[in-house]
Design a protein around this ligand. Structure first.
Ligand code: GLC
Length: 582
């Protein structure tokens, strides 16, 4: 019970493991996914604008700050940027509650600053991906303000309502609100639905007028020159609007009950025709349903819906301290890769603004192993098939903060979960331990640029405290150190950008039962590479026939490694990439 409450994004995702028939390709020949496009070849970097760089001393990151760091972005070797929402918003969920989809929030600057930033990225060969938050709007959007003033408003049907004369609405779980997903509105004598917070009413995608409004918004940004869209929480856009009573315990299969209705595909096909095709832009869905088949139904090329998606099964691992299991990790990545070897394309990611830092979850934040384990994780991310997504700060190996007291939390998710946990009499010490480890506040701390006060993020008072370790972990220091996490990241992006085998090459896992080492090959035409990753704080051995074919070492986060015949001994968190003779 307790776990369900704590890890709400977890709930949504846990479920997604049902194998499907059509795409179960565990035993078929491994193939390379070869239809070539820029968004498959790209390396994406996610910027959390509030925490990236503040140019005006108000303690909040802004566009001008990002403009100051365009050369840094270019130096990373990334080719795409996805930025979290920066639109007008009351900011109850850090911008995921939009009150005007065409206006820039004052905190971040002006539309002119946005254009300058976009042009600067364009000049550096970086394509921009906009966050489109249209499963819900803010309750401060004029659509909702008008809709909630009268049932006769032309915007009433932009949202989901339950007229009070029908009695109490059937229970719906809310991801952020301990009181559930319906809220009563007096002026209309109706309840409105909010899958997330009370201030985030769900938009009614069944209404063609609403859909057209959304396409118009997307066209507005496409005309400005953005190249892609990230569809926030989109799997919930289509739901059963007869609002039947759901059976007890239904939340365990959250996506099935709360979203992913067949109409979703009609909406996406329509969106493709209206926006993606004419503007030649791409789109990625946050979430990809519950099953492999659900994901295929969204991204396969012959469907003309979205081009790519990120499913939650990867990111749902390691939710509690000490729960990371490499065998499970390997299985999950391998299962999804196999299923998408021929059709469809996915994002590869370990983190984002909704998760804690990767070093704490999958690596080792101790001073001894932080650098090597961060390098190992970036080696993994940048050598797998799928478009890699790096969350800002992970190229430095930034770590979690320590926040044992609930009073220090500001995030709506953490606070909502705290209330939910209290309501069901959870063990609150245990709750706080897990929250401290897994909360998304961990990844939202300011970017660490140098060792000056506030890590060079701001000259003012930062909106969120800087991680105390900024004197050890920062861009300036790592830039000078050839063995830093940052320079390792740059080596990896260069390797990927220069060698198609890392993009399109077929993936094969080796020695799947090895509990410490993740080993795999990538193969394209006459090129074959071997990746060896020791996910353990101990020396680990692996024996592979492939070792006999090693030609050259492309990447090694230590100065050497030991091999005899077919056996390799890897140091703690050692990451090695080698070419093989074919
Ligand atoms: C998505 C976003 C998350 C936000 C939620 C509601 O999951 O990634 O940050 O809170 O949608 O918009």
């Amino acid at each position: 019970m307790k776990k369900i409450i704590i890890l709400l994004f977890g709930i949504i995702t846990v479920i997604g493991c049902t194998e499907n028939k059509k795409h179960e390709k565990q035993d078929t020949k491994i193939q390379a996914n070869t239809s070539k496009t820029w968004w498959k070849e790209g390396v994406l970097y996610q910027i959390y604008p509030q925490s990236f760089k503040d140019s005006d001393g108000d303690g909040i990151g802004d566009f001008k700050g990002i403009i100051e760091e365009l050369d840094y972005l270019e130096s990373l070797g990334i080719t795409m940027v996805w930025m979290n929402p920066f639109f007008d918003s009351p900011m109850i969920d850090n911008g995921y509650d939009v009150s005007d989809y065409r206006a820039i929030h004052l905190l971040y600057g002006t539309m002119e600053d946005f254009d300058t930033m976009l042009a600067g990225m364009e000049e550096r060969g970086i394509k921009f991906v906009l966050d489109v938050v249209v499963n819900h709007s803010s309750n401060q959007h004029h659509w909702f303000k008008e809709a909630s003033s009268s049932r006769d408003s032309k915007y009433y049907n932009y949202y989901h309502w339950w007229p009070a004369e029908k009695g109490e609405p059937p229970y719906r779980y809310s991801i952020f609100d301990p009181e559930g997903a319906w809220d009563y509105n007096k002026a209309t004598n109706s309840y409105y639905l909010h899958t997330f917070a009370e201030g985030q009413p769900d938009l009614n995608w069944e209404n063609p007028k609403l859909r057209q409004e959304v396409y118009d918004i997307m066209k507005f940004w496409a005309e400005k020159g953005v190249h892609g869209f990230r569809m926030d929480a989109f799997q919930f856009a289509s739901k059963d609007t007869t609002f039947p009573k759901f059976p007890e315990g239904h939340e365990k299969d959250f996506i099935k009950w709360y979203g992913m209705r067949p109409q979703l595909h009609d909406y996406l096909k329509e969106m493709y025709k209206e926006v993606m095709e004419p503007y030649d832009v791409f789109a990625v869905a946050e979430g990809a349903g519950s099953t492999l088949q659900d994901a295929h139904d969204i991204v396969d090329e012959d469907r003309y819906e979205l081009q790519t998606a990120y499913h939650f099964e990867y990111v749902d691992m390691a939710k509690e301290p000490g729960s990371f299991d490499l065998t499970e990790f390997k299985e999950i990545f391998t299962k999804w890769d196999k299923s998408f070897a021929e059709d469809g394309w996915l994002a590869i990611f370990l983190a984002n603004h909704d998760k804690a830092r990767i070093v704490n979850r999958f690596g080792n934040p101790s001073p001894e192993f932080r650098t090597v384990s961060a390098q190992l994780l970036n080696t993994f991310l940048l050598s797998m098939r799928g478009t890699p997504y790096t969350y800002n700060g992970d190229e430095l190996g930034m770590t979690n903060i320590d926040m044992p007291n609930i009073d220090d939390y500001v995030d709506i998710e953490a606070l909502g979960n705290y209330k939910k946990a209290l309501k069901i009499n959870s063990d609150m010490d245990e709750f706080m331990k897990i929250l401290n480890y897994s909360s998304r506040e961990n990844s939202r701390t300011p970017m660490q640029w140098n060792d000056s006060e506030n890590a060079g993020f701001t000259t003012g008072n930062p909106w969120k405290s800087v991680n105390k370790n900024y004197r050890d972990i920062n861009v300036e220091a790592q830039d000078k150190d050839p063995n830093s996490v940052l320079n390792h990241f740059r080596k990896m992006t260069k390797l990927r950008n220069d060698n198609e085998v890392f993009v399109y090459g077929a993936y094969e896992m080796l020695d799947k039962h090895n509990k410490q080492v993740y080993a795999y090959t990538r193969t394209l035409d006459n090129k074959k590479v071997l990746v060896l990753l020791n996910f353990s704080d101990q020396e680990s051995e692996i024996s592979l026939e492939e070792i006999k074919q090693v030609e050259t070492t492309l990447i090694n986060n230590y100065s050497s490694f030991t091999s005899t015949d077919s056996k390799v001994t890897l140091k703690p968190y050692q990451a090695v990439v080698m070419t093989l003779k074919k």
